[in-house]
Design a protein around this ligand. Structure first.
Ligand code: PLP
Length: 311
């Protein structure tokens, strides 16, 4: 076996105009992106050398930037080229590719107000990351409904991807304390929202429902809705009551970092003989079959690694 000595092999970052090995990428400690979580982001997957739904992720990233009033210098086409280059420099075939826009910090000469900060884009590609390891994916995740309520959508818009994760993180500690893998958070009105990094689907008597509001409109969620159409599985997008979640025949989650992820327990109650249920499996299998067929795929431009270095 030969050792890969490329400094980019562990991952590549782009920061405000420059590319570097991931180990060298660092945020200034005074940046409001860090100090105030004043940042938005998106994450797109690369599988077998192809981005999945790249244009959809870029469009959502731009919508999130607009929602939080970020104005970086990079255009959508620039951002796409940056992501190709990060993956190409790393040489990764399967990658987790993140793009962030940070507020920056107003210089001393202007009012101490976010309107005066110069916003900038960072991005990185690292080896593929999954929320669930193979063992949990095979047995089905154990979920709990957290006591912690999701931050009100009227305060922080959950459709714009953000780092205000204190509710989700607190919910994850609740899940940990109760011996579960993941929390699911409710909205103030008691309806189901989402979990840390995933959307949720409830299967009951052969029909599937997913919450219509109070959630990030996940790109994988959109893919599930399309797949259900292809498979002839009835699916509704509407408010979901917590009783529906607790009484579900099956539950599954969706995210870029893992795809379709079945659950086997909710609040300690066992579903489908403590294993992923048949409809969850059907959707999960169809997802990877369609991916292998090149569904919504954009080949990574590996030749971008040879472009002259930007600085
Ligand atoms: N909900 C939240 C809060 C998320 O952070 C994510 C992804 O990170 C999702 C849902 C799933 O979205 P996607 O399928 O676009 O990855």
């Amino acid at each position: 076996m030969t050792e890969d000595l490329s400094p980019y092999a562990a991952g590549t970052a782009y920061m405000d105009g420059r590319y570097m090995p991931i180990s060298q990428a660092a945020i200034p400690i005074t940046d409001w992106g860090y100090r105030r979580s004043d940042v938005t982001y998106d994450v797109v997957g690369v599988w077998q050398g192809n981005f999945f739904r790249l244009d959809d992720h870029i469009a959502r990233f731009r919508a999130s930037m607009n929602a939080f009033r970020f104005r970086p210098r990079e255009t959508d086409e620039d951002i796409k080229a940056i992501l190709h280059r990060c993956v190409a420099l790393s040489g990764l075939r399967d990658a987790y590719v993140a793009m962030d826009c940070l507020r920056g910090r107003p210089p001393a000469s202007v009012p101490y107000h976010p309107a005066y900060a110069r916003n900038y884009v960072t991005a990185f590609a690292v080896p593929w990351v999954s929320l669930l390891n193979q063992e949990v994916m095979a047995r089905g995740a154990h979920l709990v409904v957290a006591e912690t309520v999701r931050i009100a959508a009227t305060s922080v818009d959950p459709t714009a991807k953000n780092f205000h994760w204190a509710d989700l993180t607190r919910g994850q500690f609740e899940a940990h304390d109760r011996g579960a893998d993941f929390c699911v958070l409710l909205a103030n009105d008691g309806t189901v929202t989402e979990g840390p990094g995933f959307n949720i689907f409830v299967v009951s008597k052969g029909s599937i429902v997913t919450p219509s509001s109070g959630v990030l409109e996940g790109i994988t969620r959109r893919s599930v809705i399309e797949l259900c159409g292809e498979l002839g599985l009835p699916i509704e997008v509407r408010p979901v009551l917590v009783a529906e979640l607790r009484d579900a025949d099956e539950i599954f989650m969706s995210t870029t970092a893992g795809g379709i992820m079945p659950a086997a327990r909710i609040d300690g109650r066992i579903m489908s003989n403590d294993r992923p249920g048949p409809i969850s499996r059907q959707v999960q299998d169809a997802f990877w079959v369609r991916r292998a067929e090149g569904w919504h795929a954009t080949p990574v431009n590996y030749a971008a690694a040879d472009l002259p270095a930007a600085s």
